[in-house]
Design a protein around this ligand. Structure first.
Ligand SMILES: NC(=O)NCCC(=O)O
Ligand SMILES: [Zn+2]
Ligand SMILES: [Zn+2]
Length: 486
């Protein structure tokens, strides 16, 4: 069915303008003023509100098996709650176990995601290495995956060493696929955890103490150098601190394509939570990297403004208080992860746009357009333009809401933004041309989401390939004159 979003101000990453948006068969078919209405089409009156491309959250963990339990958000509840907050696509982490085939894991994640109510894609993790993994990476690329995740932390579980990083980054370069890293030195974390436990520190404060910014900075710098050596762009997930932001900015100033992804949690919540006397309150906020000081937060905001950090994500990984209690007497066993899928856009608008840190255009860039470009799905996603998927948010900058676990749509029993008042909220969300959120209620259908295939060789890779070619090592041609050799 066709519909028209009338009377709004379209905001794309490059500009804003008054326009109607005509939608048919799940696609935007025209953007302009006084568009003719096809007979029988529905009208959504935007009433002067902003009309934005739907958000893309490039970092989530639905149903993730982790630390002896499984994250409770599933693809149905996760994609539903994100629509309520204006996000219309997520990219989840598909995690093969050690020795498991990457394509088998991809099949498993595709199967779990069948119930999604909105669009999704996957980064596939490389958790071990062999020639078979190199072949399976190519098979994943053939199936629409153009990014591979590497964990430099979680010793004894997902963590990989420098050999795997070097091999996998090199393979990514051959395939035109983007390597992602969780940058924390897992060995240093493990040693510090052991020391802290020996000192009798067993509560959630130990989590933050065992993962200071230095463990993140060391790993991020190492990954950046390995990306330089292997000639591949790099994406650093959950960039949480000044040191990593500065390492990314330095690398970019030095001609490397490195992307940084702060989370909405790290931008707005600080480390004081881990010293709360209420164990459940502190444990609910345990995630890696941990929340940081206000100085680090400022650096992340500055990075978004400067363009040295490009994307705001959530790393939505939902564990209930009951699940967190696995670590009641040992912080190293508290399942790591927090939620944010539904809150990312409103909190970023409230603390970014309403404070003048971001323009509405920069808000669109950091929640949608930049990641669509990085993941090579632009302009299908990330823009309000003819031909794009009709993932559209009518954004009311005057709407207010107090965030609470009692009203959110996630399966979680806590909300790390509990009590936060935000101004700026989605009035209507369209997913593939269908109204899925209006007047504060969801109207979603299990299985309506599509797997979004992402082709390799994004423009950054084509440019990088040229540079790699021009800087290819070459042998010295020598004339060997045996007669003159003594
Ligand atoms: N971030 C976190 O604490 N949990 C999810 C797994 C990961 O991304 O490291
Ligand atoms: Zn991580
Ligand atoms: Zn994650």
């Amino acid at each position: 069915m066709s519909l028209v979003v009338r009377g709004g101000i379209v905001v794309n990453a490059d500009r804003r303008f008054e326009a109607d948006v005509l939608v048919d068969a799940g696609k935007i078919v025209a953007v302009g003023q006084n568009l003719p209405m096809p007979t029988g089409s529905e009208t959504i009156d935007a009433g002067g509100a902003f009309v934005l491309p739907g958000g893309i959250d490039p970092h989530t963990h639905m149903e993730m098996p982790f630390m002896g339990t499984t994250a409770i958000e599933d693809f149905e509840s996760g994609t539903a709650c994100m629509l309520a907050g204006g996000t219309t696509m997520l990219v989840d982490m598909c995690l093969p176990a050690s020795q498991e085939s990457l394509t088998d894991a991809l099949d498993h994640w595709l199967d779990m995601a069948r119930k999604a109510v909105a669009d999704y894609s996957f980064h596939v993790a490389v958790t071990w290495w062999s020639d078979r993994v190199a072949q399976q990476m190519a098979a994943c690329v053939d199936r629409g995956i153009n990014s591979f995740k590497h964990f430099m932390a979680y010793k004894g579980a997902l963590m990989v060493d420098d050999e795997v990083l070097f091999q996998s980054f090199s393979r990514c370069r051959e395939l035109g696929a983007l390597p992602l890293v969780h940058a924390e030195n897992g060995e240093a974390v493990f040693r510090m955890q052991t020391q802290l436990l020996a000192q009798g520190i067993t509560g959630p404060e130990g989590h933050a103490l065992s993962r200071p910014p230095e463990v993140e900075a060391e790993a991020a710098t190492r990954a950046i150098m390995l990306a330089k050596l292997t000639g591949v762009p790099l994406y650093i997930v959950h960039t949480s601190c000044r040191q990593v932001h500065e390492a990314i900015a330095r690398a970019r100033a030095d001609g490397q394509r490195v992307y940084g992804e702060p989370l909405i949690q790290h931008l707005t919540l600080d480390e004081s939570v881990y010293r709360d006397v209420d164990w459940s309150f502190a444990a609910a906020r345990v995630m890696s990297p941990p929340f940081r000081s206000k100085d680090h937060q400022k650096s992340l905001w500055d990075g978004l403004l400067a363009g040295s950090l490009q994307v705001v994500a959530t790393d939505h990984c939902a564990f209930t208080i009951e699940q967190k209690k696995l670590g009641l007497d040992n912080f190293t066993r508290i399942p790591n992860g927090t939620g944010g899928l539904e809150e990312r856009m409103p909190v970023l608008w409230d603390q970014g746009v309403n404070t003048g840190r971001l323009t509405p255009e920069e808000f669109v860039a950091t929640t949608s357009t930049n990641i669509a470009r990085i993941l090579n799905i632009y302009p299908r996603k990330g823009v309000i333009a003819a031909g794009a998927d009709a993932d559209i948010v009518v954004w009311d900058p005057a709407a207010t809401k107090t965030i609470s676990s009692s009203t959110h749509h996630s399966k979680l029993d806590v909300n790390v933004f509990e009590g936060m008042e935000v101004k700026g909220y989605p009035a209507v969300t369209l997913s593939n041309g269908r109204i899925v959120w209006r007047n504060g209620s969801l109207d979603v259908e299990r299985g309506r989401g599509h797997f979004v295939e992402r082709p390799p060789m994004a423009p950054a890779f084509i440019a990088q390939a040229l540079r790699n070619d021009q800087t290819r090592p070459s042998p010295v041609q020598r004339q060997v004159n045996l007669q003159q050799t003594p």
